[in-house]
Design a binder for this molecule. Sequence first.
Ligand SMILES: N[C@@H](CCC(=O)N[C@@H](CS)C(=O)NCC(=O)O)C(=O)O
Length: 219
Amino acid sequence: MSLALYGHAFSSYTQKVLVALYENAVPFEFRGIGPETPEHTAEWVRRCPIGKFPLLLDGEREVIESSIVIEYLQLAHPGPVRLVPADPMAALEVRFLDRFFDLHVMDAMQVAVASKIGALPMKSEEGLALAEKRLERAYGWLDRHLAGRTWAAGEDFTLADCAAAPSLFYADWTYRIPEAYPTLRAYRARLLARPSFARAVDEARYFRHNFPLGAPDRD
Ligand SMILES: N[C@@H](CCC(=O)N[C@@H](CS)C(=O)NCC(=O)O)C(=O)O
């Protein structure tokens, strides 16, 4: 088996897959993309023309899209932590929550970041205001959904939590989860304490001063 992950330690979608790999102690080589490793960057560009990371390479097989990468790991390199339930209805719920975190938390947060760095045709204040509006709605729904649950889909840590960890991490930096949502705040704290995500956060600590909105002095 030769698994390699191309990505960046500070990238939210890279972290999502790192959490899955760390959960099951899957052996892999991390190939960081950046100016200090041009050989990895060139290989990633060659293998992933859409220009997004992470990219998982399993031998010669290329797998992109973080949710699909995690589903692939479950199929091809399963471990003790089953990230997608065997039961189809339970799996559907996990996939829905994975979509929720990517589309309604991560995407919303990225509007603020993208407008700040000039990647969206709107002023940074407008991007931040739009992100806050979308995040407020998502936070409210999540706070209600998470009541009585340890993890996003219940008692088991799943793909949905892999998506939740980096998306809530950076969303909270963008628009702090209000005190009116204690269940969501407690869930984010549980994610940060989970060894797999704590490791991913630590590995990216060196880069956090580059967060375009300014990294807060916490976490
Ligand atoms: N839907 C993709 C999103 C991947 C994505 O947006 N990755 C970001 C890094 S977190 C990226 O590649 N950004 C580089 C760019 O857009 O130029 C996934 O789930 O893997």
